[in-house]
Design a protein around this ligand. Structure first.
Ligand SMILES: [Zn+2]
Ligand SMILES: [Zn+2]
Length: 214
């Protein structure tokens, strides 16, 4: 498994190109925008993109999804159906955050907790992690113990819960009951900012460190 972080949009959202180094098949996670830059990375690495994966319905994560899916002729998969209300609202989100006008869309497939998404020979496990948004999902690659967690968890912080249908208690449950059991050694790539490990966050994250729940 290999991946490349591609920061996109004025929000410096971590779009990711993930690929199987045996088959050269790839997926793009959260193409928020800057589609030309994403396609340049695809060409640079010479990989064959099979699908676009979405963690949740916020525009900085999905703003380039339809354009990218059309240009590469691949399906959009995810998030969980509980985020469809955000995808239905993309025209408003694009105005509000001054993004390129963005049409609403329905993904080819919604994702549920326990689903497995393949990328070549790789299998990514899907964890439904509501809280930041109700339909947020996380992708976990168990062999390398790598997780793409969107806006659930950050190095030293957690996702905002001041949006419509956000829930702080649900977010805390998602982190402590869905993510921590995957293992302290898991390295995660958040939707914004630097990577970290679950063990590091359990030690020092001011919102979800173990000592807060003792
Ligand atoms: Zn978000
Ligand atoms: Zn975000």
């Amino acid at each position: 498994m290999k991946y490349k972080i591609i920061p996109v949009t004025p929000f410096q959202q971590n779009c990711n190109l993930i690929w199987c180094d045996k088959t050269n098949k790839a997926a793009i996670v959260d193409p928020g925008g800057d589609v030309d830059r994403i396609i340049a990375e695809v060409e640079k690495h010479g990989v064959d993109v099979e699908k676009v994966l979405l963690t949740h319905g916020h525009i900085d994560h999905v703003g380039g999804a339809t354009e990218l899916a059309q240009r590469l002729n691949v399906p959009i998969i995810g998030p969980h159906k509980d985020d469809q209300f955000l995808l239905d609202d993309l025209a408003d989100q694009s105005r509000m955050f001054q993004f390129k006008p963005c049409d609403t869309f329905v993904p080819a497939q919604y994702l549920n907790d326990g689903d497995v998404v393949t990328v070549g020979d790789l299998s990514l496990q899907v964890c439904h992690c509501p809280g930041h948004t109700p339909g947020h999902v996380v992708f976990f690659e168990p062999l390398t113990k790598t997780a793409w967690v969107g806006d659930v968890l950050f190095k030293g912080s957690i996702g905002r819960t001041d949006f419509p249908q956000s829930s702080h208690p649900a977010l805390i449950d998602s982190i402590t009951k869905k993510l921590w059991p995957l293992g302290g050694e898991v390295e995660f790539i958040p939707g914004h900012g630097p990577s970290s490990t679950f063990a590091q966050e359990r030690r020092s994250n001011p919102f979800v460190a173990d000592q807060l729940f003792g």
